[in-house]
Design a protein around this ligand. Sequence first.
Ligand SMILES: [Zn+2]
Length: 310
Amino acid sequence: MNTGIIYHPDYLKHTMAGHPENAERLLAIMETLEREGMLEATRSIAPRQAKIEEIEYVHSAHYIVRVKSLCERGGGYLDPDTYVLPSSFEIALLAAGGVLAAADAVIEGKVRNALALVRPPGHHALGDRGMGFCIFNNIAIAAKYAQKKYGLKKVLIIDWDVHHGNGTQDIFYCDPSVLFVSFHQYPHYPGTGDSDETGKGDGKGFTLNFPLSWGSEAKDFLRIFNDVLIPRVKSFSPEIVFISAGFDAHIDDPLNNLRLTASDFSQFTDIVKKIAESSAEGRIISVLEGGYNLGYLPQCVLAHLNSLLS
Ligand SMILES: [Zn+2]
């Protein structure tokens, strides 16, 4: 089987009724994938808890202790949007470790690509601060892990969540070994992601932001992919490709204003597959980020997964 799926029922335990980032999201995705026969068509990969030293690849020891002790004290908020429960520390370790398990399976050649259906999401988490529903930056930890454990030198991260992946950008802002690319509505939460944010020092030119105005649609994404991204990525020549796969740029999302459909995500996935095939032996690790409307979210994940599989 070419495609792995990472999931664990414990991901449902971090939840809060009435909060947009709740367990119903993942439950709805899994029900749809099961109904559509996708669980038989893919290889199930068990997550593990990330080790503290792996979380420390991108997060400060001080921040990790802060999260752990907040959970031990019964939970609370890392910022006004970001809740933690007593069990959230362990679940966040399992989310990060889920992406590490995906990396192992893909890099060791057990599967060609993998979709990590993990919660809580990660792309807003900064090195020393959780925010925007994110506790640990799952994708950034896995990118570092791929470099440290397997010696991969060049990592591409494509973030098509409707919100700017500020945490991932910040973590790799001075690092030329990680090309970070973000498509996002702008101006919008979290406020960063203007096109003049391109990296710093040795990392200058290795952050690419594509801010999109209200109402942008697939053709705007495709123009960027074809005219800017594909040529840039060709010269970078990544050895592995990660996708921060948020689906909140869908036209039916009640809180955001881009106009994508489920089949657009399928089209983007096909392009990323071509990118990965040209220099990275097809290796793609896609990681769930946002997407909050249960009407469209499972359909988008299904379309994305179908493209990964084909
Ligand atoms: Zn988002």
